[in-house]
Design a binder for this molecule. Structure first.
Ligand code: ADP
Length: 258
């Protein structure tokens, strides 16, 4: 009954492209890439939504500094949170539904899967050029639920985020297998935290090995989308909910993020 009502509302009907952002493990910069990608698309005049399905570690609301916002209901479902007056970026996250932003979500799989289905069906996005789906780390039940719920809307594909180290790259290999098994096209691999940009002289030093992401992309026959160095200005911008792309166009992280 509920599914029929959601299908009738067709809340993703006005979305042109759906992209998923995946990573093998947490902390490699998946939400950072989702956020900067949204900001970059906004700068090229696109309307973007981010659906944060990282139910146990939602960081998207904080990265846009709207973590105290509430989600309201309308006839079509949940109204997403807009980050600007122009309504060029809208967000949906479990972070907006928790009583306190730091509340822990201790749910079993079926409850998480039900919420993911509801996120896919019940958010009134309106017209969007891109919907970026920020997923939890790994390849869990939640990923399968997300991909299955999105399948009728034909997602464009997935961007995989890795750090240069072998372990993280190995995790991405599993993500590649996941994409293959679920029929999700891989749009490419981004290597994040690839070197460190000195805040004083702006020189980039490779503190970890470099190039693992590029090599993996070559090996897997998928596009390599670029390397983003560790940049303290980027993490500070994310802490403060500021627009890094607008404020630091000279950063060596800028080219890959745009
Ligand atoms: P994930 O979504 O994979 O768990 P996040 O995007 O939340 O990872 O990133 C983890 C932390 O690392 C965040 O505090 C973020 O600000 C920081 N971070 C990620 N990428 C970079 C980068 N290239 N330069 C500086 N800080 C980064």
């Amino acid at each position: 009954m509920e599914e029929a009502a959601a299908a009738e509302r067709n809340n993703l009907g006005g979305v042109r492209y759906i992209l998923l952002v995946l990573s093998g493990k947490g902390g490699v910069g998946k939400s950072t890439i989702s956020t900067e990608l949204a900001l970059s698309l906004r700068h090229s005049g696109k309307k973007v939504g981010i659906l944060d399905v990282d139910l146990c570690g939602p960081s998207i609301p904080r990265m846009f500094k709207v973590q105290d916002s509430d989600v309201h209901q309308c006839d079509a479902g949940w109204v997403p949170v807009f980050v600007d007056q122009e309504k060029s970026i809208s967000l949906m996250s479990i972070g907006f539904l928790l009583e306190k932003p730091d509340d822990a979500v201790v749910w079993r799989g079926p409850k998480k899967n039900a919420l993911i289905k509801q996120f896919v069906a019940d958010v009134a996005w309106g017209e969007l050029d891109f919907l970026i789906v920020d997923t939890p780390p790994g390849t869990s039940d939640e990923h399968i639920s997300t991909v299955e719920a999105l399948r009728p809307y034909k997602p464009l594909g997935a961007i995989l985020v890795t750090t240069p180290q072998a372990v993280s790259v190995g995790d991405v290999r599993r993500e590649l297998t996941f994409c293959k098994k679920t029929g999700l096209r891989v749009l490419g691999i981004v290597e994040n935290m690839s070197g460190f940009v000195c805040p004083h002289c702006s020189e980039c030093t490779n503190i970890f090995s470099k190039g693992g992401g590029e090599e993996l992309a070559k090996h897997a026959g998928v596009p390599f989308l670029g390397s983003v160095p560790l940049d303290p200005q980027l993490s500070q911008s994310l802490e403060d909910g500021r627009d890094f792309i607008q404020e630091f166009p000279k950063s060596s992280a800028f080219p890959a993020l745009t």
